[in-house]
Design a protein around this ligand. Structure first.
Ligand SMILES: *Cc1c(COP(=O)(O)O)cnc(C)c1O
Length: 381
C-alpha cells in the first residue's frame, strides 16, 4: 500500500463524549458523516460511533445514504440533509430514512410513493431563513402545510430545520441571528397550524459551541467529531470560556506512508520535474510514494513537511501525481521502508491537519473531504 489512513477510534469516542458533555442529555447529537465521514471512511466511523451511543446520522445525498445504510444498526436513524434522487425515493421511504423537504416537489413525489407503498415518509422541513441556498420559502411552506394536513397518513414531520450562513465567523453574527429569529417565527407559525414539528435543529459544530441557545432538540455535528475546530475563531471563543485552555478534541486521522528510495544529490543539481528545486549543497533526499492522486495537494510543492523517524523533513520540488520528494540531509539515518507520517504524530513531533490546512490555504473541511476513497482506511484503538 502506498499509504494508509489510520482512524483512531479512541479519538472519535473522546470527541463524542466532549460534545455530549457540552450539550447534555436532553439534546441529541446527530453525527454528520457526509463526504465519506469527512474523509475518514464511513465503514470505520459508523460502527465506532454507534458503539459509543450515537443513534442519529446525517448525510448530504441519497447516494451517500445508500452507502451508509449497510453499516447501521437497528433503530439508528439516518437523515438526508440535501439532494434526494427521485429514483431513490422508494428505497428511502421503505427503509424509514429521514430526508429534508427543501421544495414542494419533493414532498409531492414522496407523498405519492408513500401512498403506493402504504407507509409514512419521514421528513424534516428545511426552511429558507436567509442563506438563500435550499429551503422552503414562506409561500412554499404554506403549500407544504396543506399537503401535510391533507395526506397525514402518509407523512410524519420528524423535524424542522434551517442552516446558518456561516456561524463559524463572528463577522456573520447579525445575519445568523436574523436567520435564527426567522426560524423561531416559523416554528410558531407551524405550531399555530397544528403541525407536529418533531425535533427542532439548526446548530452545526460552530453554533453548538458559540451559540448555546441554538442547540434546541438536536445538534448536527461534523467537524468537531473528527477532532477539528470549524475555524480558529471558534477555538479561541471556546478557550476563553473555560479555565483549562487545553484542547479537548483529539484528531482521529493518522496518514502514513513509507520511504521508497533514499539517494544523494550533488550541489547545483535540479531535483524532480523542471527547475522547481535546485540543491543548494550536497544533499540526501527520500522519495515517498504519495502524490496529488492521493490528495496530497500540489500546493504543498516546496512547502509541505512530513515526519520520518520522528524528525521533520521538508518537501522539495513539486508534488508529482504519485510521489513526493523530501530533504533528509540533516537526518541521522533513513532507510527504505521506514514509516513516513504525512498527517499525525511520531516520536513527539506532529504534522497537524491545521498546519497543513494553513500551509495549503484551504480549510480542514476541504482537505479532509479530498482524501480519496482509494487510500485504505484502517481502524485502530
Ligand atoms: C455539513 C453540515 C453540518 C455539519 O457541519 P460542521 O461544521 O462540520 O459541524 C450541519 N448541517 C448541515 C446542513 C450541513 O450541511
Amino acid at each position: 500500500m502506498n499509504s494508509v489512513i489510520e482512524i483512531k477510534k479512541s479519538a472519535l469516542e473522546n470527541n463524542y463524549r466532549f460534545i455530549k458533555s457540552l450539550v447534555g442529555d436532553d439534546v441529541t447529537v446527530c453525527a454528520v458523516v457526509k463526504g465519506n465521514a469527512y474523509g475518514h471512511g464511513v465503514e470505520q466511523v459508523l460502527p465506532a460511533l454507534q458503539s459509543y451511543g450515537v443513534n442519529h446520522f446525517a448525510v448530504f445525498s441519497s447516494a451517500e445514504a445508500l452507502q451508509c445504510f449497510r453499516y447501521l444498526r437497528d433503530n439508528v436513524k439516518l437523515m438526508i440533509m440535501g439532494f434526494v434522487e427521485h429514483a431513490h425515493l422508494r428505497w428511502i421511504i421503505e427503509n424509514e430514512i429521514e430526508f429534508y423537504v427543501y421544495s414542494c416537489e419533493i414532498l409531492k413525489s414522496a407523498l405519492s410513493i408513500a401512498q403506493l407503498v402504504n407507509t409514512k415518509a419521514l421528513v424534516h422541513l428545511d426552511l429558507e431563513t436567509g442563506m438563500n441556498r435550499t429551503g422552503l420559502t414562506e409561500k412554499e411552506l404554506d403549500k407544504c402545510i396543506s399537503l401535510i394536513k391533507k395526506y397525514e397518513e402518509y407523512v410524519e414531520v420528524r423535524g424542522v430545520t434551517t442552516h446558518f450562513a456561516g456561524a463559524e465567523s463572528i463577522a456573520n453574527y447579525v445575519r445568523v441571528m436574523d436567520q435564527y429569529s426567522r426560524y423561531k417565527e416559523r416554528i410558531k407559525y407551524l405550531e399555530k397550524h397544528n403541525i407536529d414539528i418533531g425535533s427542532r435543529h439548526v446548530a452545526s459544530s460552530a453554533a453548538t459551541i458559540i451559540y448555546p441557545d441554538t442547540r434546541l432538540d438536536m445538534v448536527r455535528v461534523g467537524v468537531l467529531l473528527y477532532g477539528y475546530w470549524p475555524t480558529r475563531e471558534i477555538w479561541i471563543q471556546y478557550a476563553r470560556s473555560v479555565k483549562n485552555h487545553s484542547n479537548p478534541l483529539q484528531r482521529s486521522i493518522v496518514w502514513k506512508s513509507s520511504v521508497m528510495v533514499v539517494k544523494d544529490v550533488e550541489e547545483g543539481e535540479f531535483v524532480g520535474y523542471g527547475l522547481g528545486y535546485q540543491a543548494p549543497q550536497d544533499m540526501k533526499i527520500m522519495i515517498v510514494p504519495v502524490g496529488y492522486v492521493d490528495g496530497y495537494s500540489r500546493s504543498l510543492s516546496n512547502n509541505g513537511h512530513v515526519l520520518v523517524n520522528g524528525q521533520r523533513a521538508d518537501v522539495i520540488g513539486s508534488i508529482n501525481m504519485n510521489m513526493v520528494l523530501c530533504n533528509i540531509s540533516d537526518h541521522d539515518s533513513v532507510s527504505p521502508g521506514d514509516e513516513v507520517i504525512l498527517i499525525g504524530a511520531q516520536n513527539g513531533n506532529e504534522i497537524t491537519f491545521n498546519s497543513f490546512a494553513e500551509m495549503n490555504n484551504a480549510m480542514n473541511y476541504e482537505i479532509l473531504a479530498r482524501l480519496p476513497e482509494h487510500v485504505p482506511r484502517i481502524s485502530v484503538l
